[in-house]
Design a protein around this ligand. Structure first.
Ligand SMILES: [Zn+2]
Length: 191
């Protein structure tokens, strides 16, 4: 990412809305915004192969693995405003599993880009399908979008739900129902 160009663009934006980019409160804003975008868009520079490398294990296990309530933060590509929510990811292994901590990192890698929620959902499912060659993958994302909350229709509690179902999750209604039952259960009843 080109730090200086981002800062220049933020200075232009400030001047364009009639602000004085060198007044005290705004003087460091271009730098802060540039650092913020570098963090929020860090997913572009993550190599997915390196991310999962060393975290794949051969196992004789073919029951569903579910990681639910993974917090994520993304940026809507239409308005550059955040959308925030939870991802629920499940797969049924064929002969390989992936280290538990890697799934949230896969979610982060795709969330930390300019996105639409549908695409993040699909990208998570596609990558896990590619690296694990599982019997199936299911991904559900629930999120609130600041662009619908604070502008336009101003629906503050509208929650968007997207899903991507592959393999047994697509073709076997029982597998899909098991996954949905897992993610509907309230967290405090888990233990
Ligand atoms: Zn938007």
């Amino acid at each position: 990412m080109q730090s200086e160009r981002i800062q220049e663009a933020v200075r232009d934006l400030l001047a364009s809305v009639g602000e004085d980019p060198v007044r005290e409160g705004l003087r460091d804003t271009p730098k802060r915004v540039q650092q913020m975008y570098t963090e929020l868009l860090a997913g572009y520079s993550v190599d997915p192969v390196a991310l999962v490398n060393g975290a794949l294990f051969d196992v004789d296990y073919d029951e569903m693995v579910v990681v639910r309530d993974i917090e994520f933060y993304s940026l809507c590509e239409h308005h550059l405003l955040p959308f925030i929510g939870h991802a629920h990811v499940a797969y049924v292994p064929r002969d390989k599993i992936i280290g538990l901590s890697k799934i949230p990192r896969v979610v982060d890698m795709f969330a930390r880009r300019l996105q639409v929620q549908e695409r993040v959902t699909r990208q998570i499912a596609d990558l896990l399908t590619e690296v694990l060659n599982p019997q199936g993958v299911g991904v559900v994302l629930e999120a609130i979008h600041l662009c619908t909350m604070i502008r336009g229709v101003k629906k503050t509690d509208a929650r968007m739900v997207t899903s991507a179902m592959c393999g047994v999750f697509k073709h076997n209604p029982k597998t899909r129902a098991e996954f949905m039952a897992h993610i509907r259960r309230p967290t405090h009843e888990e233990f």
